[in-house]
Design a binder for this molecule. Sequence first.
Ligand SMILES: NC(=O)c1ccc[n+]([C@@H]2O[C@H](COP(=O)([O-])OP(=O)(O)OC[C@H]3O[C@@H](n4cnc5c(N)ncnc54)[C@H](O)[C@@H]3O)[C@@H](O)[C@H]2O)c1
Length: 349
Amino acid sequence: LPTPTEPPPESLAPDARGVLVLGAGDLGRVGGRDPQQYLEPVRQAFASHARGETVLPLKPYLYAPGPDHHPADRIIAMPAHVGGVSGLKWIGSKHDNPTARGLPRASAVIVLNDPATNRPIAILEGALISSMRTAAASLVASQLLARSDSATVAIVGCGVIGQRHAEAFTQCWPALERLVLHDVETSRAVELSEFLSRRGAVDVDVAADAEAAARAADILVTCTVGASPYVERSWLSPGSFVANVSLVDVTEDVFTSVDKLVVDDWDQCNREGKTIHQLTTRGVLSREDLYAELGEVVVGTKPGRENEEEIILLNPMGIAITDVACAHLLYRAAVAAGVGTWFDLEGTE
Ligand SMILES: NC(=O)c1ccc[n+]([C@@H]2O[C@H](COP(=O)([O-])OP(=O)(O)OC[C@H]3O[C@@H](n4cnc5c(N)ncnc54)[C@H](O)[C@@H]3O)[C@@H](O)[C@H]2O)c1
């Protein structure tokens, strides 16, 4: 709770009754498709988290009953308070949306609330922000945990999150010379490779399997919807950095043998039967084995990479402070630019 000496927060809303609705097109008009735009709010969110300035309740996972339950069939409520603003990402996922329905796996809305009144002031399309902030978190982590001369980035899983990472590394990682892509659906890796090759910024290769991709990588990013781990310790080169974005891909052996294990938030990672949760439940891993939360490295209370040899694993559960921080930035930009559609929440009859 705030101390009584704190001044009351100022309203962010230009119109006390208005709610600004921002679709993906609106977000694109205020920089929402530019990977660079997301780096600073994401970095700042991690820094605030390390300084204890955020509120981040554990996110509930809603699994509707049904046959053949897949772990990626869920809706997650992700509330957070960061940078003086509260908000919620409500993100739904069905693993077979792309293959069975031609729809993205994930879809979302983000609601921002005015700090002065706690009223909702904006509803933003959330899947774009979510995917962009996920890639931004991997970039911010790479700047601290990867070798700065990492020239080859491998991406396993070439759906939306894999594409965002490919774009973000292409645009924001100066040392990048070569992208290596792999997807169980080879056509997806080929399609992404052709898209990136048309831009011509880097060499792009499609790997026949995940092992070939991982062995080539200075930086390895997993972006699959696989159900079981497959990235083995022996595939990782000395000095490599792994961002285990899809959370189930890296084998337990990697978690227990890397030089540094980093997470975004330890409590959030210890849930939903993800690998860290399984390892702590069995007593194989504990908080003492964790090197750092990423925010501690961002603010410098823990050093990042310390030599050219260490293998570092980031396990980013995905935390709502990054969504709210990025949504806040885009909301401000949209208000300033007059972008979006306003509606009166209570309305008139
Ligand atoms: N940690 C985070 O912050 C965060 C944030 C957003 C999404 N995610 C995760 O990222 C993953 C990808 O999301 P998406 O929206 O891109 O999904 P998507 O369905 O669009 O793409 C997933 C891709 O992975 C491929 N794939 C599945 N299993 C594979 C395997 N074993 N090897 C290689 N390729 C494989 C699929 O063919 C598909 O192209 C999901 O698991 C999601 O939960 C994590």
